[in-house]
Design a protein around this ligand. Structure first.
Ligand code: GAP
Length: 536
């Protein structure tokens, strides 16, 4: 599929516009037009219905260790700044970082130092992340090893500089990373302070700084106790939230795929630690199925388990639902959703303070230079007491975290089709059609009078008004009927209802199926029930 064609359709038909376009646009921000807003709302509503309101709290879904409950939340975008300190976003999002593709280690760009050295005709920058005194020694040893020299040949090395910061090196192809065996494995520095800062209140001092949330998840964690105390949920249960998130992405790109303002659909699922692996497996499969059920059924969709070295420090399992977006290289996939086993990291962080791994790999409160917690937690008890067994514990969390905009983009890419359909004279014509699942299609049905006379518009308008009570319907009486069909095909409308001369006598209309092009005659009295049945 040609991405340019989809981008042009999205603009032409009102799915997506560049934000502030009349002022030249604003990089990383997108507006949804009249059709786009319906599509995205339908995706979010399908998610909410399938995950929350339509979930059967009493039954045990296939693959789930037990029945479970689901509730929702709608939290603020701006929260207490301490939330982001304890969650780790404040520290982790605020520096330029470089990653090593070989060792999978991440370094603060300005904390890596090294020296330029040559031997014969080869020149490298030998980098080290080792602290103070040992830096020179470490660089020398690694340089010898790299050039395959013994200690007695140390004088053959030509050192060009003293230790200098990696920030003085414009390009990394000749940089031997601190834990790498070959040069050129460090990525470009990336700024990780992705949080948008704002000021709360009129004075605007440093103490008034706050952040736009970079994820909806933290609102759920900090309300965990409120939900427990106000509803009668028992572990295992999930809390869902849909809402805007903001990240000051360094390189927003690929249409809406990486935006600076986007919407997330997140679930934090709380369970007993002993069952958390089974629940992780359940959610991993359940969330993948949600996409296939809504039409991402082809081989462009995949579920990929992370390698152990890709996992966050607190996670014992993560899988991504990924889609082979047309703007990626062949064979590459982009993330639609991550399903992560987060252990008790989040609840403990908000109880005790920001956590970090100690030398034994255990999560402990991270201490500042003064020996006190680097970021103090709330001090609230966020453990759970099982009133049947009397056991008290901090639940483990499984987090399926999806992006509404990326899902919308993937559904659009998958739906975009060019094929042929006959015009009103039976002649085959090429057409562009969005084969969207009826549940998410912006308009469910269009109603046309074949001609604008003989009482046909009156019948069509009556059908239109009746159907409007059920779903989003469009009425169109302008132009040749073939062109009207084409416009609806491009908008992804699954059904077109046409009132023709037979309708005047036998009280029937045709319902045309967008994908099969089949036309069924249906009694006018049955149209609403028939459309209701088909779009479910
Ligand atoms: N709470 C976990 C979390 O936020 P994430 O992988 O950073 O995890 C989850 O984000 C989802 O949010 C992604 O899978 C993606 O669909 C969406 N997302 C993240 N950053 C995005 C961006 N800059 N633009 C659009 N969607 C984004």
């Amino acid at each position: 599929m040609d991405m340019d064609k989809l981008v042009s359709l999205c603009k032409r038909r009102g799915f997506l516009f560049q934000s502030s376009e009349i002022y030249g646009g604003f990089n990383g921000f997108w507006d949804y037009g009249p059709l786009g807003v319906e599509l995205k709302r339908n995706i979010k509503e399908s998610w909410w219905r399938d995950m929350v309101t339509g979930h059967d709290d009493l039954g045990q879904p296939e693959g789930a260790p037990s029945p479970y409950e689901m509730v929702g939340l709608d939290c603020t975008i701006i929260m207490h700044p301490q939330v982001w300190k304890c969650s780790g976003h404040f520290d982790l999002f605020c520096d330029f970082m470089v990653d090593c593709r070989e060792s999978k280690k991440r370094y603060r760009h300005d904390q890596v130092r090294g020296r330029w050295v040559s031997y014969r005709d080869r020149r490298v920058f030998v980098a080290t992340a080792v602290e103070d005194e040992q830096q020179l020694e470490n660089v020398q040893q690694r340089a010898l090893k790299f050039f395959n020299l013994r200690g007695k040949n140390a004088e053959d090395l030509l050192w060009e500089t003293d230790l200098v910061s990696l920030t003085t090196v414009p390009e990394f192809s000749q940089v031997l990373g601190p834990d790498a065996k070959e040069p050129g494995t460090l990525t470009e520095p990336r700024e990780f302070n992705l949080m948008f800062k704002t000021v709360v209140g009129a004075l605007g001092g440093a103490d008034d700084a706050a952040f736009l949330r970079p994820e909806t998840a933290q609102g759920i964690f900090v309300n965990f106790k409120n939900v427990l105390d106000s509803s009668r949920v028992r572990v295992p249960f999930g809390i869902a939230q849909i809402g805007k998130s903001f990240r000051n992405e360094i390189t927003p790109r690929n249409f809406t795929f990486r935006s600076r303002e986007f919407e997330q659909m997140e679930i934090e699922f709380f369970c007993h630690p002993s069952e958390s692996r089974q629940w992780y497996q359940y959610w991993r499969d359940r969330r993948y199925r949600w996409y296939t059920d809504l039409g991402l059924a082809g081989e462009r969709l995949r579920l990929r388990d992370h390698d152990p070295e890709e996992l966050s420090h607190y996670s014992c399992g993560t899988a991504d639902v990924e889609y082979a977006f047309p703007f990626l290289q062949p064979g590459d996939f982009g993330e639609l959703e991550g399903i992560a086993h987060r252990g008790d990291f989040d609840l403990r962080s908000h109880m005790e303070g920001k956590l970090a791994k100690d030398e034994n790999g255990c999560l402990v409160v991270e201490l500042g230079p003064d020996g006190k917690p680097r970021h103090k937690g709330s001090g609230r008890d966020l453990s759970y007491r099982d009133d049947l067994t009397g056991e008290r514990y901090v639940p483990h969390v499984i987090e399926p975290s999806a992006g509404a905009d990326r899902a919308t983009l993937a559904f659009l890419c998958e739906a975009y089709t060019e094929d042929e359909a006959p015009d009103e004279n039976g002649k085959m014509q090429s057409r562009t059609v969005l084969k969207l699942h009826p549940r998410i299609a912006p308009i469910k049905a269009a109603v046309f009078p074949l001609v604008k006379k003989d009482g046909m518009p009156e019948i069509a308008q009556e059908i239109y008004r009746e159907l409007k009570q059920e779903c989003n319907v469009f009425y169109d009486e302008k132009g040749a009927v073939g062109r009207r069909y084409r416009r609806q095909d491009e908008a992804g409308t699954p059904y077109c209802i046409t009132v023709d001369s037979d309708s005047l006598t036998d009280k029937t209309v045709t319902i045309r199926d967008r994908d099969s092009l089949r036309q069924d005659r249906v009694k006018i009295d049955d149209v609403v029930a028939e459309i209701r049945r088909r779009i479910r």
